[in-house]
Write a protein that binds this ligand. Structure first.
Ligand code: THG
Length: 258
């Protein structure tokens, strides 16, 4: 399972403050804590509303790479900021993300090809987030066809059905679950599947419980990467247990310790 730590995100107060003060310390602490907790990749998101997002992205990635060598997931809607991030990544990074919008795909797939790296593809196009399973699959097919045009292999793709808050869009979750299962069948080698897990519980009080149960359901449907809070020990225990139950990891009495 690719465990992508979600916590270095300028959308949230602590990181926004660190960015505004050009303070490396909270970023370093958040990076080390997540890797220590089991993250094997770190999502790096500058957050919105910066004058110099490209410089900030480079600084955040370089700061993180000063203390850890895990995979960097460059999370920004701005293709120039994506490119800035990719240019400083030491290890093959992952682009987060393209949509199925032609203009975005034609900027981002050349980068994925140039850097020979992974790319997250959201089930979103000009019309917005695809709602039902068929619509999500259709957008996945659109991105896969475009990826092929640019020579990006199917196993470099991380298809994201887009998980929305249960408090706002309860009716959409079954479609995201179904789409995750179907995504894995769309090509050989299978594309990866990924979600931003904590989206589900945004605005809810039982955050960890919602995240945990959804993770187990998605993993049963073949999810093999997730942007999560790795500092949530209960969540990480669900993840390890699901890997054992799905026969992806060998069972041993002390499997939670491993
Ligand atoms: N898909 C892809 N990338 C994504 C998302 C996705 N990137 C961003 C987001 N969604 C995933 N990352 C987060 C990060 C944090 C939270 C939710 C999703 C979160 N944070 C706490 C909160 O809001 O309560 C912390 C808040 C704070 O510290 O102020 O919920 O779907 N490809």
């Amino acid at each position: 399972m690719l465990i992508i730590g979600e916590k270095i995100n300028g959308q949230f107060r602590k990181m926004r403050k660190a960015i505004d003060n050009h303070d490396e310390k909270p970023i370093i602490e958040e990076a080390l804590a997540q890797v220590e907790a089991g993250a094997n990749a770190l999502d790096i998101n500058t957050g919105p509303g910066l004058d110099n997002p490209e410089e900030v992205m480079k600084w955040m990635i370089e700061t993180v790479q000063g203390v850890t060598d895990v995979t960097i997931v460059v999370d920004t809607p701005l293709p120039k900021t994506t490119e800035a991030g990719l240019s400083v990544a030491k290890k093959t990074p992952i682009i987060n993300s393209t949509t199925a919008e032609v203009e975005r795909m034609e900027l981002l797939f050349p980068l994925a090809s140039q850097y020979d790296c992974g790319i997250i593809c959201l089930a979103i196009d000009e019309r917005g987030i695809a709602r039902e399973t068929d619509a999500k699959l259709e957008l996945a097919m659109t991105t896969m066809a475009k990826a092929m045009e640019y020579g990006v292999p199917s196993d470099h793709l991380y298809l994201d059905p887009v998980v929305l808050p249960i408090s706002a869009a309860q009716d959409q979750l079954p479609f995201a679950l179904e789409a995750t299962k179907m995504f894995g069948t769309l090509d050989d080698p299978a594309p990866h599947t990924v979600v931003g897990l904590s989206n589900i519980s945004s605005g809810s009080s039982e955050r960890s419980l919602l995240n945990r149960v959804l993770l187990a359901m998605l993993m049963a449907n073949g999810l093999d990467a997730a942007i999560v809070d790795p500092l949530d020990t209960e969540l990480m225990n669900v993840l390890k247990t699901a890997e054992v139950l799905l026969n992806r990891k060998l069972y041993a009495k002390d499997y939670l310790m491993a």
